[in-house]
Design a protein around this ligand. Structure first.
Ligand SMILES: Cc1cc2nc3c(=O)[nH]c(=O)nc-3n(C[C@H](O)[C@H](O)[C@H](O)COP(=O)(O)O)c2cc1C
Length: 335
């Protein structure tokens, strides 16, 4: 079983990848999408979205990061895929799932799922342009309006030479509304030979198990679930993989120091004016699982100065530390 961290524009950047992969359980990451129109993009665009290219395309924990491209024209996709590979991306991923209206209006993302033949040409262009040893993977949804073309789409992707395929089990029209239709992925699993990675609505070990049974896929991609529960990949691996060691879920006292680590990664990477948003955004995800995150979110949501936010995070971590009277035991009173 492999577990892949989902690409999430504006959420899973290199600092979040560094943090989540440091906790273990993740086999691969994918960058936010690089938007390709008609020209060859300068290297700085690739380095900005994937600074891991400076370290052989791997996070500090050694997890490979595939670079994702999004665009509707085969030629520029091929040229930019070749450039990403030259810069050291360990794999290229092509996005055919983005539901955003602005992206779809400008000929990119899920709108291309109305034209399986064009999907084929785009994937083939990337495959031809990139050295054979570098994987070219694809991420798709079930379709645009409905899943009528689904099997044509996945056949086109395999025939174009894709190494692997991730399927987010919803159409563009279904957006992010639950449920995810994992059983539809099984239809692709029956007819394709390449590995398929199932994606959508995996929030727990139970979801992971049901998704694997229903889709027939061993491998999973985790998005929002891994932001709500940063140790979800590790827990799923330990629960569903026979040889993995058993692990205890992380309680809030273990999460609080991670918030500080994440905030400091952002302070080092970005202008101080922008470091408040990522931590607030992560707290907004974490509060789906940890009630303490909701309280902390309320305390930081209006703060702007990095020093004030940092102070709140430190106070939270200190309040969660084991008390002097009971060494080793987390004090849950304040958490
Ligand atoms: C805020 C946000 C940003 C996303 N950005 C991307 C992206 O850049 N590329 C992509 O292929 N999918 C993107 N997705 C889709 C996710 O990769 C994933 O397919 C989707 O969230 C379903 O998985 P989940 O239920 O585990 O979150 C994004 C999703 C969200 C919620």
């Amino acid at each position: 079983m492999r577990l892949i961290l989902a690409p999430m524009e504006g959420v899973v950047d290199h600092t979040m990848r560094a943090l989540l992969t440091s906790l273990g359980g993740i086999d691969r990451c994918v960058t936010e999408f690089v938007r390709v129109t008609e020209r060859l993009l300068p290297p700085r665009v690739f380095y900005r979205l994937c600074p891991e290219l400076h370290s052989a395309g791997r996070t500090a924990a050694g997890t490979p990061v595939y670079l994702q491209l999004l665009g509707g024209q085969p030629l520029p996709i091929g040229e930019n895929a070749a450039r990403a590979a030259e810069l050291g991306a360990p794999g290229i991923d092509l996005n055919f799932g983005c539901p955003a209206k602005t992206v779809n209006r400008s000929d990119g993302g899920a709108i291309l799922l109305r034209e399986p033949e064009r999907v084929h040409r785009i994937v083939a262009a990337a495959r031809t342009a990139v050295p054979g040893l570098v994987p070219v993977t694809v991420k798709t949804r079930l379709g645009f309006e409905d899943d009528e073309l689904f099997l044509d789409i996945v056949r086109a992707i395999e025939a174009a030479g894709a190494t692997e395929l991730t399927i987010h089990a919803r159409t563009r029209r279904q957006g992010y509304r639950p449920p995810a239709h994992w059983h539809t992925i099984a239809k692709a699993r029956e007819i394709l030979r390449i590995p398929i990675i199932a994606n959508g609505e995996i929030w727990s070990v139970g979801d992971a198990q049901r998704c694997r049974e229903s889709s027939g896929c061993d491998d999973l991609m985790l998005g929002r679930g891994a932001l709500c529960r940063p140790d979800l990949p590790r827990i799923i691996r330990s629960a569903l993989h026979n040889s993995a060691p058993a692990v205890e879920p992380l309680a809030w006292p273990a999460i609080a120091p991670l918030l500080i680590a994440y905030f400091e990664l952002n302070l080092a990477a970005y202008d101080a004016r922008y470091v408040g948003n990522p931590i607030k955004q992560w707290l907004a995800y974490l509060r789906g699982y940890y009630p303490q995150a909701a309280l902390l979110f309320e305390r930081v949501k209006r703060l702007r100065a990095p020093a004030d936010i940092h102070a709140q995070l430190l106070a939270e971590a200190n309040a969660c530390k084991p008390s002097a009277g009971s060494p080793g035991a987390p004090s849950m009173a304040a958490c």
